[in-house]
Design a protein around this ligand. Sequence first.
Ligand code: GUN
Ligand code: ZN
Length: 429
Amino acid sequence: MKYQAVRGRLLHFIAQDKPEYFNDGLLVTDADSGTVVACGEAAALLDQYPDISVTQYDNALIMPGLIDTHIHYPQVDVIASYGEQLLDWLNNYTFPTEVNFADPAVATDAAEFFLNELLKNGTTTALVFGTVHKGSVDAFFNVSEKLNTRMICGKVMMNRHAPQALCDSVESSVADTQELIDRWHGNGRQLYAITPRFAITSTEEQLVAAGQLLADNPGVYMQTHLAENLDEIAFVRELFPQRKSYLDVYDHYGLLGERSVFAHCVHLDDEDYQRMNETGSKISFCPTSNLFLGSGLFKLDNQPYPVEVSVATDVGGGTSFSMLQTMNEAYKICQLQGSKLSPLRAFYMMTLGNAKALSLDDKIGNFEAGKEADFVVFDLAGTDLMARRQSICKSLDETLFSLMILGDDRAVAETWVAANKVWSKEESH
Ligand code: GUN
Ligand code: ZN
């Protein structure tokens, strides 16, 4: 047993409307098992653990590691590409970049950069797209395994409407996916997601195969894109004229369910919401991407049927790795539609809310004893402007709100994974 503790302002959520905040909190972790031992008021806990080594943080906020429910690791080199909406952006920037991932050295280099960037931003778990190449997913998991991060990733399945070099076949996509599931799903902290890119790039036969893979591999995830852009939706209607809606295409092939995460969902109708609700399917709201690609304004509130909404960066359609910046833009998208995204709700979503959406809330998302000890230490004075604004904050709400509006990677002092420090702003300089 190797217990250690961090001390400072501390916030986590027991449930959506149950934040637990300690002005002088202590988080006790076990570096051997990588788990949380205890969390609470420092004075009380220090009596119980008198000999423990304690690291104290001032002007900081300790929170569970942030979770990103939709992101593309091969798109680190696509971020900030000018001038296009979804379909042209894919053809002109994204597909040509993803072709390079046939080379495992390219994939490993990108995976290393990508995972470091996530940790620098306080993100410790993500649901991640690879490319069509099996080796891209091996490269990603190999790097994640070394860092011991809890990651979910999948090989893209796509067999049409893309450059030949990025197309697999029904048979190879099934064989590669099954091989990757067998190698990685539940291997340490790594988990697998079956990943048909979107309805446009898979034939009916490949969607049937994706549904079969999902049925054959209980516990595995499914990730894809849905109703992001109006031209995309019109193309799906042309390709699948017999289906009621874009969602109905995925429904028809058995791709809905509690472990199915649909990115975007900007343009769904009431019936789609009803099916998402009935099947327990999850939405991934990607604010910076929806604004950058001009896709539209996602409706976070007033859904016709309740569906769990998580939040995500969608790099490289998205423009920032920072979940704080992602929430900054989410707030503005809500403002444009007359609703208010409260800071407590935003920080719930980034942590326990996203953990729940990924069915991982028994493992991560808060500091209950026994959970995996992934956490972030925010530097509330990460920039001069943040320091000045924080110095006049009079409540936790104000502190959180200015953190999510002004903060980015400069607001992350340290990131810990399984009770081990893996990122330090100070040590990186
Ligand atoms: N739809 C299909 N592929 C993609 C992608 O790579 N990014 C986004 N934002 N939407 C997609
Ligand atoms: Zn995406």
